[in-house]
Ligand binder design. Structure first.
Ligand SMILES: [Zn+2]
Length: 204
């Protein structure tokens, strides 16, 4: 194997052909020369754009954790709950494992993912020079596997539909923030990739 260590290859997802990655401008697409499947796509990647996305994600994450998720009116009494309130309620009502899972997948992992992206993007040069960028991107990918804001959102929507005929429900700001966080986190995952970060930092 005489593969140059610095030369990454793209593997065609359809026919397994190995191809050298081309440097793509925004919206340019590289296709497999054998079967024509899309291999890579150029994005408007820049470190500033990635930082802005990470900052927006941080704000939405804070809103999601501070404001009420839902407000429930039943027989004249009104109750509202926040995300952390829901976790505490689960833990104190005999479901500590579920409480821990909700805390890990909807609060801790997304928060750590966003904080790590913010730190790596804000200090990209020093992080890259110290050789820690690869490790940080691996942590980021691991955290993304545990970050399940989409599953939480889906579960909340199902609960709201099921409870809607029992009580009056008002969707709180936290759930709207959660909905807005989903595409922002998807964009963040798109930008925090080694080739995109370096393309952005060299291009700037
Ligand atoms: Zn192919």
């Amino acid at each position: 194997m005489d593969r140059a260590p610095s030369t990454a290859r793209l593997v065609c997802p359809q026919c397994d052909l190995l191809a050298l990655p081309a440097s793509l401008r925004a919206n340019e697409v590289s296709r497999c020369p054998r079967c024509g499947v899309e291999l890579d796509r150029g994005t408007y990647a820049s470190r500033e754009a990635a930082l802005a996305i990470a900052a927006a994600a941080a704000q939405l994450w804070i809103l999601m954790n501070v404001f009420p998720l839902v407000e429930l009116s039943l027989a004249g009494t009104q109750r509202q709950t926040t995300l952390s309130g829901a976790v505490v309620a689960l833990a104190t009502h005999g479901m500590p494992a579920l409480a821990a899972l909700v805390f890990l997948t909807a609060v801790a992992a997304p928060g750590a993912e966003i904080a790590l992206a913010l730190y790596a993007l804000a200090r990209l040069e020093s992080v890259a020079q110290s050789g820690a960028l690869g490790r940080m991107i691996r942590w980021f990918r691991t955290l993304r596997r545990w970050s399940m804001v989409d599953v939480f959102m889906l579960g909340s929507l199902v609960s709201i539909v099921k409870l809607a005929h029992l009580a009056d429900l008002v969707v709180g700001p936290a759930l709207w923030a959660c909905a807005a966080l989903l595409p922002v986190l998807a964009f963040l995952g798109l930008y925090v990739r080694p080739q995109k970060l370096f393309a952005g930092s060299h291009g700037a």
